[in-house]
Design a protein around this ligand. Sequence first.
Ligand code: PLP
Length: 399
Amino acid sequence: MFYQLPPAGEPVIVPGDSPVSSDLGGLFAPYVPSFYGSATSALAATLGAAIARARPPSPEVLLPAYGCPALVSAVLFAGARPRLVDLERDRPWMDLNGLRAALSPNTVAVVGVDLFGIPERYSAIREIISRTGIVLVQDSAQVLARPVDARWLGDYVVLSFGRGKPVSLFHGGAVLARDDVLSRALPLPPLQTPARRGQSGMVWRARFYNLLSSAWLYWLPAGLPFLGLGETRYRPLTLIEAADPLLMGWLPANIRAHWTRGDDIQRSIHGMLGELADNRFVDLPGVCARDATTLRLLRYPILVSDPDVRQRLFDCLGRRGLGASPMYPSALPGVSGLERLFGGVSCTHADSFSRQIVTLPVHSRVRARDIQHMRACFAHTSCGTGTPGQRGGGIDAAS
Ligand SMILES: Cc1ncc(COP(=O)(O)O)c(C=O)c1O
């Protein structure tokens, strides 16, 4: 009853007594990192640089119509107008014809998002904007690959170290610039503020956070409405936040831990969907990548077009606390606080995507038994019962 997996995120690694490495730059070579208090701040900084470079009369930034409302916060803070590009049908990518049509002499940047960890089609976007001087920003808040595996193709790559991200450190973000010239064009990283808490305060906070994100206690924070976990809300950005120096000191240990984690859970879910071979469940990494096992996902995304099947699946996975999530419940024009900004903007495919998406957790707290339970939920939903354990499904007996 109390078992509830978080939908995403990893425990905070406290570096302990080992000397804190300050070799942050070396982690991302050859890209040049600058650190901020969040990915939203980092994105606002890159867009500030893009605007300063082009200086059109009314700068515009192109964004995918389905995504995190923080993207809009960053664009507005930087002083540009966000313009939405619809998704390609049943894909997490911007529609390339829509992108072409949305370009104008005022466009200063295109922001592509590696949604769930599935890379955007940056080479195609790069070709479309070639010879324009438009900056290509890669929002990789949802994936943190090793430089050797990374598909970093943007002029700037934005990373997040916030809650529920591949490296979860409460807050923090970075911009990786493709070269020194692009790095120097970024608004100066804000002055280093003193650490928000001392080392021991932060260690206790990390322990508490790790405890409450365990599958047996996550129901507690998830049930507190003021924490707004899993909520999609627009929050304006009011300043470019500085990185917390203490947390940045913990970054190398957390990043290295992330890079050495296995991807067995992700592979098991991919295998499970393959065995199920039910075309009502679209294995999004499977259809988006030549080899889905080469991706490093934050969550496993699946499209379920039949609303009844999707609901039955959520009911089943929810009863077993398996961390399934509907992600953002609508395209950006439907997000609370953005209706007026995007009033009248139509994005049919992004709307449809928001009604179909189901994500499964792939983090290190997911166990083999959870995968068995997921498999049973899919199998039973697929045959129309959706209630394993009650109608002869027997997954409870298997646990
Ligand atoms: C794709 C994407 N970009 C940016 C952000 C903002 O990240 P942060 O919370 O670090 O500001 C998020 C947050 O979920 C995100 O998913």
